[in-house]
Design a protein around this ligand. Sequence first.
Ligand SMILES: Cc1cc2nc3c(=O)[nH]c(=O)nc-3n(C[C@H](O)[C@H](O)[C@H](O)COP(=O)(O)O)c2cc1C
Length: 177
Amino acid sequence: MSCQAVAVDTAPGFDPRQFRNALGQFATGVTVVTAPDGEGGYVGVTASSFNSVSVDPPLILWSIDNGSRSRQAFEQAEYFAVNILAADQVDLSKHFARQQDDKFVDVEFKLDDNGVPMLRGCSAWFHCRTRHLYAGGDHTIIVGEVVHFDSRSRDGLLFHQGRYAVSGVHPVDARNR
Ligand SMILES: Cc1cc2nc3c(=O)[nH]c(=O)nc-3n(C[C@H](O)[C@H](O)[C@H](O)COP(=O)(O)O)c2cc1C
């Protein structure tokens, strides 16, 4: 696996803040992606860039900021996990979005068969094998093959317009129940 940075010119007048605000109109879930750090510890990053890619083979992706302290560990990890946060896990999201040396102190987790931390209380877990790394501007896109997954029926944590949110059934669907 390897990836190369590609420089892309932005149009004159392109406003990064407005761009971010426009992207924030797209509501996402919130995940914490975890992996061994290769030195006996673990890395974990709050990420909303998670998405499904393919069912056969089962592939997912997420992207990591090239300035992230954990980037190298994720690029070198053979296995990683995507922990899908439940609505009551805002504190966990904030915790893994903060840079600190050992984010796993005082966090409840267990290790899967590949030594990857699985966080307690999530709504789903995807155990993945790293398949591809792609350069994506100031981020690196990581594609994983799902080797195992598990889920619980729990309300998910959402992120929309730069704020945490919870989901509700749209009135159109509520009428059809
Ligand atoms: C809701 C939310 C979503 C985020 N999504 C991403 C993401 O998809 N990719 C990313 O690299 N950082 C994302 N971040 C920022 C990282 O969680 C944050 O920069 C973290 O401190 C990186 O950890 P590290 O530098 O210790 O590796 C997000 C933060 C929040 C609060």
